[in-house]
Design a protein around this ligand. Sequence first.
Ligand code: ISL
Ligand code: CA
Length: 551
Amino acid sequence: MKHQWWKESVVYQIYPRSFKDSNQDGIGDLRGIIQQIDYLVWLGVNAVWLNPIYDSPNDDMGYDIRDYETIMTEFGTMEDFDELLDKLHQNGIRLIMDLVVNHTSDEHPWFVESRKSKENPYRDFYIWREGKDGKEPNNWASFFTPSAWDYDEETQEWYLHLFSKKQPDLNWNNKQMRESVYQMMNRWFDKGVDGFRMDVINLIAKHPDLPDGESDNNNRYVFSDRYFAMQPKLHDYLREMRKACFDGRDCMCVGETPFVNTNNANSLLESSSQLDMIFQFELMDIDSKSSKWDVAEFSVPKFKQLMSSWQKAVPWNSLFWSNHDQPRAVSRFGDVSTEESRVLSAKMLAIAMHLLKGTSFLYQGEEIGMTNCAFSSFDQLRDIESINFYRNAENGGYLDFAWNGILKKGRDNARTVMQWDDTKNAGFSKTEPWIMVNPNYTQINVASQQSNPNSILDFYRNLIQLKLSNETLIYGEFDLIDGPDSVFSYTRTYQDEQYLIVCNMKNEAVRFDFSQEFIQDAFLLSNYTFHYKNLLQPYEAFVVRLGKNHD
Ligand code: ISL
Ligand code: CA
């Protein structure tokens, strides 16, 4: 296995709007991140991924970019950015930027030009079509609105937007557009950034005919990923991008790729001529039925099957429990019914995921076990996805279902501010933040955990140190170990060294035959100090060294 820095990385994901406010306007900013670099160093992470920090009208919190090369005013200036990059590098931390090139903002100069006339040189930078019998060109549904098309009076045509109507999709068939994107990427690389996380990158190529999606009900709009995800042309674009931007640079690219499975994932990774790794969505969909809002119980056997098949299917995985689009991991996959179970289960989840083979991504607040937020009214919501879903539910008469879904799965759960301490506004800002503060900040915060050796935070710190200092835990082969339904257990093996990882993912003690006895100092990390022979306590998790030449 080829050694690369991004395989030996724990990436800390920062949602800048909610991380730290340096100038007391209630919005997190770049200088706030600079202030917290010491914290990142103390935690031991060696890379940071920043959600979009570019100029944006914030219809979708920065994922609608108006200018790729200007910093969002609320977040600071390009000087602040340069200083941040410099200071991160001085501290041995790499910087990964968010790359959003499936769409721009409708306020991006390219789209402003594009919508002016059919003859405009930028017209073809986006996807414009005539209507069909006065209706949309096809029946595609968007992620955020019923239809994926919007009508423009000026030229009497429709433009495609897979997300909000303020996020028109770029036309990747247009060579000039592609080259403009590559030039922009290269200017960021020349500044010294270390890589990109590429937003919905496997959706950039659309089926050339834009066919209607097939529907098994009578819905007017149909989610047609079959025609906009993983299209043949995608691979040409990714190879071209690789050549134009990545070749000859020591950088990483991770693609955010919905609708990818273990059968087609390798078509994107193909000996690295396209992407280094991807964020798969099968784990994020594991507790969904007909849609993300239709919540199913988390099944441990399904989880085990899924994770081990990904471990075996691709050469390198990304490892994550959550991000800015997902609810909080401990509320979703762990247990927040008591303080004790929150702490135990958060530590168990940490071990279960981050000792797998792959690059670890921690989402801000995961390291202190931040939870979902008990929103109590519509006006507390900030996320366009939840807001639109709620409004549609109001019209459609399924508000109870919608509210329940929003509480469990809404993206705002992840976007409440980082809980630094127990002072006003969780130490995030002296001014009321842009989104409500999770009221549990008085109990759950960095300051109280930093001084507590039994805290989730301290546990993460030890885990990161253990992982990054250990070749076997980085490069070692993964093998699933058979066991009871509730137990996720695997080995990592490298040359003649082997580790065993055992996680009881349920709140009940369970028998588990380890087939050998471990001496106390074989335990490298655990959420319990005492271990029974062949019995796992509720949420017990540990990693042990199995000695050389063990088989
Ligand atoms: O957030 C989701 C939950 O329903 C996903 O469907 C999400 O829209 C999808 O994963 C794409 O996410 C990315 O692109 C979006 C942006 O809103 C997300 O924040 C981003 O991570 C559009 O740019
Ligand atoms: Ca601010």
